[in-house]
Design a protein around this ligand. Structure first.
Ligand SMILES: [Zn+2]
Ligand SMILES: [Zn+2]
Length: 115
């Protein structure tokens, strides 16, 4: 990422240094006091986006959603024997290969078991 840089003036190896005022990474030469800003590295990243998939964000009315595929799976909470399943979105909202099973009766997440 931030590779080693050399001074264009004297070929001394540049030392990375924070510029707190500009919030940038700077490279300075201890030999001739040349300094330059790094083009790509920002040392302070203020806007890291975090996506959190909350349980409450998932809609619970699975039984009435005709687009979801169904399978036989018994719910231990309400004795429903039907469950819907879908691919779990990852934090970016993209589908993953992981399947989640939800009871059509109560919306409870069913544990993966294979019988
Ligand atoms: Zn230099
Ligand atoms: Zn249930």
């Amino acid at each position: 990422m931030s590779g080693i840089k050399f001074c264009p003036e004297c070929n001394n190896m540049l030392r990375p240094a924070e510029d707190r005022k500009e919030k940038k990474l700077r490279y300075v030469c201890d030999n001739c006091h040349h300094s330059e800003y790094s083009e790509n590295a920002r040392i302070y990243v203020n806007h890291i986006k975090t996506y959190q998939l909350e349980e409450t964000d998932l809609h619970l009315d699975y039984g009435s959603d005709p687009t979801l595929p169904r399978t036989d799976r018994e719910c231990d909470s309400c004795q429903q024997t039907e469950a819907v399943f879908f691919q779990v979105p990852n934090r970016k909202g993209e589908e993953t290969m992981e399947l989640e099973f939800r009871c059509v009766g109560c919306g409870k997440k069913l544990i993966h078991d294979h019988n």
